[in-house]
Design a protein around this ligand. Structure first.
Ligand SMILES: C[S@@+](CC[C@H](N)C(=O)[O-])C[C@H]1O[C@@H](n2cnc3c(N)ncnc32)[C@H](O)[C@@H]1O
Length: 434
């Protein structure tokens, strides 16, 4: 199907253009479509979470009718299919999900979910959409339409793997991307910083009489000013084309407190102390959160699962303790697990049975070292090697049986015995369609 960008002068949100393609539904059609039937909650102790099993489109619509959910979600991270045309299997070789949609069909699939997510977000909320180079440009235009171009905050480039020895006639692909949008301009933002590097530390090469390590920086900045900062201080004018960074009264105070160093030629410079440094603000290229098979981290074995530290940064930056965090392409539950550990409430959705089973396992048994998964064929090895340092509640086969039984019960309950599914709510969330 062909896609294209058409000029539309009236589309102020986007700056005069819109992505057009066949079968693009109106926002109203997306919002009014089919809702899910019975929603049954799963609250894995001790987390404050709701996990739903099924296609996220009708589930998200249903959540819009819940006063506790609509406009209450502070953060959504999604890592949907990337339009790869591939099938994905877990390390146990069980089918996890298929990623078949391409082109306009993929975009419309994504756009419908983004419209519903936008409605669920609170006025302080943010969305992070993880994709690779295949559809990132088209998704940016769609997000500008749904969220408004003014609410675009960043596109983060993540290094996903180690360099590969590419033989194709192009550059090695080691990056994927995360688009960050906020719902409004008043979004939650907790500055994230990293420690100073060796190169930064080398700049702090002076130690003052109190033993404080510091660097010395100019007291002036470029630009001519007509007010106090453009005038004389201690008989000196700022250099041509520059102004003092502080008013003379502040400069006097800094000097009195010993925070100004005077060179032998009488040149004043401000001392910037290492012990007052608040770290380096995180930039938009993230090198440290490669996929599990490129890093020795513990995993669930679900395909395409993301690095928990990546989610930790996002959850810390764009939500607060007690915030409601949602991942409606939950996969192995990385977002949900990290959100729970950081004291956030969460909503998870996935339509893959393997994903739901993995999430249950993650919350009850934890994750395992990469290498351990080789031994899964041997049950006794599995028991001894996997999940050794996390609390164990019950075994994998019990989780599987429980899920299967609950799945059947939920489907039976749907439509026939209203409220019957409540009985299951302590254990597991399953969706059946009305
Ligand atoms: C790339 S994986 C997510 C991996 C996850 N970020 C993690 O760390 O494990 C994408 C997930 O989206 C799920 N998915 C795809 N289409 C869906 C839909 N319409 N509704 C709900 N889940 C869907 C798949 O089953 C799969 O688990």
């Amino acid at each position: 199907m062909a896609t294209g960008i058409t000029s539309f002068g009236e589309l102020g949100q986007l700056g005069g253009f819109e992505l057009t393609y066949p079968n693009k539904a109106s926002r109203e059609e997306v919002l009014r479509g089919q809702r899910a039937g019975t929603l049954i909650e799963y609250r894995p102790n001790p987390c404050e979470g709701n996990l739903f099993y099924g296609d996220n489109l009708p589930i998200l619509r249903t959540l819009l009718f819940d006063r506790e959910m609509r406009g209450k979600v502070d953060l959504v991270y999604i890592d949907p299919p990337f339009a790869t045309g591939s099938r994905f299997e877990s390390r146990k070789q069980s089918h996890a999900y298929s990623d078949n949609l391409r082109g306009a069909e993929f975009l419309e699939f994504l756009r419908a979910r983004l419209i519903l997510i936008h409605e669920l977000l609170s006025g302080f909320g943010s969305l992070y959409l993880h994709l690779d180079s295949r559809m990132i440009c088209e998704a940016k235009i769609i997000l500008d339409e749904v969220f408004g171009a003014d609410n675009f905050r960043a596109v983060i480039t993540r290094r996903k793997s180690n360099p590969k020895n590419y033989t194709s006639k192009s550059y090695g692909n080691i990056a994927d991307y995360i688009l960050f949008y906020s719902k409004t301009s008043s979004y939650i933002w907790n500055r994230q910083a990293t420690e100073l590097t060796e190169d930064h530390l080398k700049e702090y090469r002076y130690v003052d009489e109190k033993g404080r390590r510091h660097m010395r920086v100019p007291l002036h900045a470029p630009g001519i000013r007509n007010g106090e900062t453009g005038g004389e201080w201690k008989g000196m004018m700022p250099p041509p084309g520059k102004h003092w960074q502080y008013k003379p009264s502040t400069l006097d105070q800094l000097d009195a407190d010993g925070h100004i160093h005077w060179s032998s030629s009488g040149n004043p410079r401000k001392k910037v102390y290492l012990d007052e440094h608040e770290g380096v603000s995180v930039q938009d290229i993230w090198m440290d959160f490669k996929d599990a098979h490129n890093q020795n981290i513990k995993i669930t074995g679900y395909p395409t699962e993301k690095n928990p530290q990546l989610l930790e940064r996002i959850v810390k930056a764009s939500s607060n303790e007690g915030s409601l965090v949602m991942d409606c392409f939950a996969g192995s539950g990385t977002t949900l697990d990290v959100a729970g550990k950081l004291g956030r409430r969460w909503i998870g959705v996935d339509e893959s049975y393997e994903a739901i089973a993995t999430i249950c396992q993650r919350f009850t048994k934890g994750t395992a070292k990469m290498g351990s998964f080789r031994d899964l064929a041997q049950p006794e090895v599995q028991e001894s090697l996997l999940f050794e340092d996390e609390p164990r509640v019950f075994g994998l086969s019990i989780v599987d049986n429980l899920l299967e039984a609950l799945k059947q019960q939920a489907h039976q309950a749907d439509g026939h015995q209203p409220g019957a599914g409540r009985e299951l709510s302590r254990l597991l969330g399953l969706l059946s369609y009305g």
